[in-house]
Design a protein around this ligand. Structure first.
Ligand code: FE2
Length: 374
């Protein structure tokens, strides 16, 4: 009974209700060509565009969709803008992790009151399709959380965006929704950012991995996972840990020139089909040694998938008390060893594949060594 009351109270004090990830916006060097990659390789559909043809003079943005995932690719058309400075410093990377809310004004006020650094005051933006309210706050590095309230809008994306003049035919690969987005922060900064999500955004600490859980000889890191009240938004935060050689998180921070988004995990309905298709289209994944599969079933127990398929495609398996999950990681998707993707299929499990970390990090180290960054 007391617990029920407590839970009710917790609900009442969720001062930042979030409906999900609204979109993820990248600042990139050439949005036109990146959009081609996401359409042809990943099967996203181009649904909206903004740029000189729609009256925007300083940038071009392409909006891509697949089921519940929306990516925006933006390139600066002018020198010295926030976008071009960001790209010069970080290379291609995530600028906005934008959250879908019912009230962007309240989201801004509640978080700023608790210590968030404002990026954009609540602003009404409108066109012939209605209006939206957008506000934004800073998080780690130069990454921003936008709050998007769009219940009074029915255009293709947001005001200022138009349906594209041309959109190529694409074949989706079964990407369903953003499962989690991981941030890499500098030495000793993990707890600061966990506290930020707890105090400023009302998130709860879900899980902790220390360097004993996830260190190999070299690629040590520490990680904590925070989640919002309804569990729709999960943000693991990594920091480097001491190892014999350079931590993979340190390599990221060196090349990104600071903290930023390390990987975006996307949930799929059939990982074997999705990964098979992505490989056919040229997406590169981390290599997993054959020996991983020798004893994986001893560790995770019975699974529905054929082990040979998992081995052929280098898909990893892990189990927790609620079920199991299948996952795989791409190599970085830019020339800098920064952002990569995770493909994950959850079969009950709500965790993040802790049992795979060692096998995975040994693979990451092999890649780091090839790049000369160990
Ligand atoms: Fe992940």
């Amino acid at each position: 009974m007391q617990r029920e009351v407590l839970e009710k109270n917790t609900e009442v004090v969720d001062f930042l209700p979030l409906n999900g990830t609204h979109h993820i916006e990248f600042y990139v060097g050439n949005a036109k060509q990146s959009a081609y990659y996401y359409q042809q390789a990943w099967g996203y559909k181009l649904v909206a565009y903004s740029g000189p043809e729609t009256g925007v003079r300083d940038r071009a943005s392409y909006v891509l969709e697949q089921q519940k995932i929306r990516l925006v690719l933006t390139t600066s058309l002018v020198e010295g803008s926030e976008i071009s400075d960001h790209h010069k410093k970080h290379g291609d990377g995530v600028k906005f992790l934008s959250l879908w809310v019912d009230d962007a004004t309240k989201s801004f006020e509640e978080t700023v009151k608790r210590g968030a650094k404002p990026y954009m005051e609540p602003t009404k933006i409108e066109d012939q399709n209605g209006y939206v309210i957008v506000s934004a706050i800073h998080t780690y590095g130069e990454t921003i959380h936008k709050f998007i309230e769009r219940k009074n809008y029915n255009g293709p994306f947001l005001p200022g965006f138009a349906k594209p003049a041309f959109a190529m035919d694409v074949k989706p690969v079964g990407l369903r929704y953003v499962d989690h987005c991981v941030g890499n922060v500098g030495w000793g900064e993990m707890n600061t950012w966990v506290k930020f999500y707890e105090d400023v955004m009302g998130f709860k600490l879900l899980l902790t991995f220390d360097d004993k859980d996830i260190s190999t000889e070299y690629s040590a890191l520490m990680s904590k996972v925070v989640s919002n009240g309804n569990g729709y938004i999960k943000f693991p935060i990594n920091e480097p840990a001491e190892g014999k050689k350079k931590s993979q998180i340190e390599e990221y921070i060196d090349f990104y020139n600071g903290s930023g988004v390390q990987h975006i995990a996307i949930e799929v309905e059939n990982i074997i089909e999705t990964v098979g298709e992505l490989r056919n289209r040229g997406i590169e994944f981390l290599y997993v040694p054959d020996t991983y599969y020798d004893d994986v079933l001893d560790r995770v127990g019975e699974i529905e998938e054929n082990l040979e398929d998992l081995k052929r495609l280098n898909i990893l398996v892990d189990r927790d008390p609620d079920g199991y999950l299948l996952q795989i990681f791409t190599k970085p998707v830019e020339d800098r060893p920064t952002l990569f993707y995770e493909i994950i299929q959850r079969k009950g499990a709500q965790s993040f594949g802790k049992g795979n970390f060692k096998a995975l990090f040994e693979s990451i180290e092999r890649e780091q060594e090839i790049r000369g960054n160990l």
